[in-house]
Design a protein around this ligand. Structure first.
Ligand code: SF4
Length: 330
């Protein structure tokens, strides 16, 4: 591990100023991903600014609109068990509880979860020379390598990595808004614009500006999100990343689907909002035929590689299963 300095910030502005003052400085929240990456020689921050003293630990109702604001330092365990989340956005609670282990969830933060980095094997191994995300221009080892867990949607010839978060898949379906504080002040970023597809710059993973701090995530009011579900398909029942996951919510009226919110995890470089599936579902009766048509529409453009083509069929089946579950909820 390279040497680095450590300091604590007492408010958001001091944290932002501290990171801006030192090249290659990083914020330290739960550290559940960052510290691993430092130990493995993938991340080399020159300074860590500990933000754990900041007052960003509340989950609270937004005044006026019935939405919910989640502080960036709310731990994943606390968020999953919070009554506002369990009652209004069960898909988010389920997604959180499907991630990692209880010990990790007790430490991992909402803001940090947004910034998790891919679990591509080649990215995590600095001894492997080819990874455009770790070393831009070096190539992509996964393209012709062991790519079982890699992307089938939105990928590029430069990178076929997937985003590892469960929480973010639910937030994508819920159209969350990310609140950030940077050197020039506060701004908001719609969730769909927060993470990026790899394109030619897979090393640039978000549209967060340099030295900006995530302070909160806002969930808009979505009354029908009470009818929602998160389905995660993985190699073992716990402590495993998704091969494919689905966050789904349905608004039913008069025996028809009035509107749908669907997002996929484990299939792309970012949480994948399944807008084609949503369009296909609109106005249809909630039955297997409609769910299958929606899954076919969403995966029509999917592309598999040597070891991960099975994900295309798996994603379709997971979508049908998740929507069937949601439709059956009272
Ligand atoms: Fe690196 Fe992306 Fe290729 Fe993995 S898929 S080796 S992260 S460039």
């Amino acid at each position: 591990m390279n040497p680095f300095t450590y300091s604590r910030a007492n408010d958001a502005q001091a944290a932002v100023s501290g990171v801006a003052a030192t090249a290659q400085a990083k914020f330290l929240g739960g550290g559940t991903n960052l510290i691993d990456l430092m130990k493995m020689g993938v991340e080399h921050p020159s300074a860590l600014i500990d933000i754990n003293r900041l007052d960003l630990t509340k989950v609270e109702e937004l005044p006026n609109n019935g939405g919910v604001r989640i502080g960036a330092l709310v731990r994943n365990s606390d968020l999953a068990e919070h009554e506002l989340i369990k009652s209004r956005y069960p898909v988010l609670s389920e997604a959180l509880l499907s991630g990692a282990s209880p010990q990790l969830r007790n430490l991992a933060t909402t803001g940090g979860n947004l910034l998790q980095r891919t679990r591509c094997y080649y990215f995590y191994d600095p001894a492997f020379p080819m990874c455009n995300k770790r070393d831009p221009g070096s190539g992509c080892g996964a393209l012709e390598g062991y790519n079982r867990v890699h992307a089938i949607l939105g990928q590029s010839e430069q990178c076929i990595a997937t985003h590892p978060s469960d929480m973010c898949v639910a937030m994508a379906a819920l159209e969350a808004v990310v609140r950030v504080q940077g050197p020039k002040g506060e701004r908001t970023i719609p969730f769909a614009d927060f993470h990026r597809l790899p394109g030619d710059t897979p090393n640039v993973e978000t549209n967060l500006q340099p030295n900006a701090l995530i302070t909160a995530v806002d969930l808009p009011p979505i009354p029908f999100a009470t009818r929602s579900h998160y389905l995660k398909v993985r190699d073992r029942a716990s402590y495993a990343f998704a091969l494919v996951s689905v966050a789904a919510a349905l608004e039913l009226e008069g025996g028809k689907i009035k509107s749908a919110r669907v997002a996929l995890g484990g299939v792309a470089h970012k949480p994948w909002r399944a807008s084609k599936a949503e369009q296909a579902l609109s106005g249809k009766e909630p039955n297997e035929q409609a769910f299958q048509a929606a899954a076919d529409a969403e995966l029509a453009g999917a592309k598999g590689y040597k070891y991960n083509s099975f994900k295309i069929g798996l994603a379709k089946r997971a979508l049908v299963q998740a929507l069937t579950t949601v439709a059956s909820l009272a």
